[in-house]
Design a binder for this molecule. Structure first.
Ligand code: AHG
Length: 338
């Protein structure tokens, strides 16, 4: 594999395969530049006075960390003037953010979770930025929330940046998944993995086990079978990992396979799940499918779900295809007995 930069990769894709329109290339480069700035802030930690709470709450009523606020501002400021965007939506903001009239308007809509895994910031564990790109498909003048209400399969691009021992940018434009590592000395994103593939089978699951007593029967059945190991119905031992940063857990799955679940549970039965469809589930589902894996809400393909509101939540089961299909079939079996 050629060690080329993100810019070179995008230019070559655009030139050789006509995959990436110029505005989209600009958008991806802008997001990557913003991620680099966030990576620098994350790396400074206590030295940069970026740790701890910001004494504010976001739209979901969650206390924001200083880095949540910083990362959100960095992404907004970086993207507002480039001419590639029509509007942005952030997990941290109540409503969409329009590109002011004084700047040129573009055709893309950017959605992001500026800093996923906030509970890990202060303890120096991997966190990340997740982003999703839609095209404005309506003809009406201006932009409103209804422009964002598109199923995930219509994403033009999606990706995340994980800030860990290395900062890695993972991207799909609908033509497979590629990974770029930040070279801190030169400041460029360098292609380090292409044709990323998730193995169809795995022996590793990721779920917050402390919620076991609240799970629905199909999830309990699946995990019980994994825990039964070699002597159980699966005939093999399973390993468990839970980082509590979706980016880090998904990054492991894209690297060596596995299944990740944040299912609906009985703690808050009226909520479909903890994670957000537009900022977390859709971009991750797009990446996982592009790497040969699968992503469902336990019953339906995530990328087919028609969103009804910006901050909608969803149950998430994603990763190695055969395991995701198994969990999904357990849900269907239960539904068929009702
Ligand atoms: P937040 O960014 O508010 O910390 O949420 C993180 C998300 C996701 O990244 C992770 O997989 C999950 O919530 C962790 O949830 P638990 O706290 O239940 O483990």
């Amino acid at each position: 594999m050629k060690r080329i930069s993100l810019t070179q990769y995008l230019v070559e894709q655009q030139r050789d395969r006509g995959q990436i329109p110029p505005q989209l290339r600009l958008l991806i480069e802008t997001v990557a530049r913003a991620c680099k700035r966030i990576a620098i802030a994350v790396n400074k930690g206590a030295l940069g006075d970026v740790l701890g709470s910001a004494d504010t709450e976001n739209v979901q009523g969650e206390v924001q960390k200083k880095l949540d606020v910083i990362a959100n501002e960095v992404l907004i400021e970086a993207n507002v003037w480039g001419g590639h965007l029509a509007a942005m939506a952030s997990e941290e903001m109540d409503t969409i953010s329009l590109v002011p009239d004084r700047y040129p308007q573009g055709e893309y809509l950017l959605l992001f979770d500026p800093l996923d895994g906030s509970s890990n910031i202060d303890v120096n564990v991997s966190i990340g930025t997740i982003f999703s790109v839609l095209r404005k498909v309506t003809n009406h003048r201006g932009v409103d929330e209804s422009d964002f209400m598109q199923p995930g399969r219509q994403q033009a691009a999606a990706g995340y940046c994980v800030y860990g021992p290395q900062s890695t940018l993972v991207l799909t434009v609908g033509d497979g998944v590629v990974m770029f590592t930040l070279d801190r000395e030169t400041g460029s994103w360098v292609l380090t993995e292409d044709e990323v593939k998730i193995p169809a089978d795995t022996k590793e699951f990721a779920i917050n086990m402390s919620n076991m007593r609240h799970w629905d029967a199909p999830v309990k059945r699946y995990i019980d079978e994994c825990l039964a190991g070699k002597e159980g119905p699966r005939g093999k031992d399973f390993n468990m990992r839970w980082i509590a940063s979706m980016v880090a857990d998904v990054h492991r799955i894209l690297t060596r396979g596995g299944i990740f679940m944040y299912p609906w549970d009985k703690r808050e039965p009226n909520k479909a799940g903890k994670l957000r469809l537009m900022y977390e589930a859709n971009p991750m589902a797009f990446l996982v499918e592009q790497a040969g894996g699968a992503a469902t809400n336990g019953r339906q393909r995530i990328l087919d779900l028609p969103p009804e509101k910006l901050h909608e939540r969803v149950a998430v089961v994603l990763g190695s295809r055969n395991e995701v299909e198994r969990v999904t079939s357990y849900h269907h079996e239960l539904d068929n007995t009702k």
